[in-house]
Design a protein around this ligand. Structure first.
Ligand SMILES: NC(=O)c1ccc[n+]([C@@H]2O[C@H](COP(=O)([O-])OP(=O)(O)OC[C@H]3O[C@@H](n4cnc5c(N)ncnc54)[C@H](OP(=O)(O)O)[C@@H]3O)[C@@H](O)[C@H]2O)c1
Length: 255
């Protein structure tokens, strides 16, 4: 018997794939969501074989506003005990020059789909008086992000939104956790066109180390976890600095 079911977005690679592995190893059935159906099916097969849980691949493009309700419909017969809102991407470039179509999709995936999935899955969790939501933000949530302006702002939304939901959910049996990883070795940097920047040429964590801290924070019902000692130290310093100075530092790091 599984402990319940975890639905993980962005499970086709990187941090989301590692979170899916931890949920499966923890005895949860998993529903794996992303666009890359082949990658999801391969992971589902390997997780069910390895852990004896049920794993389902659910291909969806979260840039489509119709995706969250379609996903909710497709799992309507399965109570979702854990919702992991992990899917996301970035784009590097001066805002005057970047492509609005990509940024509009980013806001839909990083912000609107995350909020919509929480809107759909939170009420049944509250009704059952049990559930966990894990939202993946970033250390980008703490600072303005010149040359990745929309991405940093999207993560500030995720952090603020999650803290508010955690407060609203207090006493309901449902916990909401936001995790803030720093640079992590995944497909993210390349997808964002950011591999050449100082940030991505500097120290980075592995996706499995990030996922382990995130999973433990969620299972402990923590409200927020900045992932990695170095990132915790840097964000403590960032809290003390004026925002204009922080924007200048981020500008250099994203150049
Ligand atoms: N890597 C870092 O340095 C870093 C740092 C802080 C926070 N984060 C955050 O961590 C999360 C995971 O990123 P990652 O580093 O693991 O990057 P990744 O390896 O590029 O994985 C991103 C995941 O999101 C999915 N995704 C992207 N667009 C999607 C869409 N339109 N619809 C559905 N799924 C979509 C991708 O799947 P498909 O391509 O198959 O759709 C993939 O599974 C993101 O929210 C990211 O912002 C990353």
């Amino acid at each position: 018997m599984a402990r319940g079911t975890a639905l993980i977005t962005g499970a086709s690679g990187g941090i989301g794939e590692e979170l899916a592995k931890l949920c499966a190893a923890g005895g949860y059935d998993v529903v794996l969501v992303a666009r890359n159906r082949a990658a999801l099916e391969a992971l589902a097969a390997s997780l069910s074989r390895q852990h004896g849980i049920r794993a389902r691949a659910l291909a969806a493009d979260l840039a489509d506003p119709a995706a969250p309700p379609a996903i909710f419909q497709q799992v309507r017969d399965t109570p979702i005990d854990i919702l992991v809102n992990n899917a996301g991407f970035g784009l590097r470039g001066a805002y005057a020059e970047t492509d609005w179509a990509v940024e509009a999709r980013m806001i839909q995936v990083n912000v609107a789909a995350l909020a919509h999935l929480a809107k759909l899955f939170l009420p049944p969790m509250i009704a059952r008086r049990s559930g966990r939501i894990l939202n993946v933000a970033s250390t980008a949530a703490f600072v303005p992000g010149p040359f990745m302006a929309v991405y940093y702002a999207s993560k500030a939304f995720v952090r603020s939104f999650s803290e508010a939901l955690a407060n609203e959910a207090a006493g309901t049996g449902v916990t909401v956790t936001v995790v803030c990883p720093g640079p992590t070795r995944t497909g993210f940097g390349e997808a964002a066109g950011a591999t050449g920047t100082q940030i991505f040429r500097g120290p980075a964590m592995t996706a499995s180390d990030v996922a382990r801290e995130a999973y433990d924070a969620m299972m402990a019902g923590r409200r927020e976890r900045i992932v990695g000692a170095r990132n915790r130290w840097m964000m403590a310093a960032a809290r003390l600095a004026p925002r204009a100075i922080l924007a200048g530092i981020t500008r250099r790091l994203n150049s």
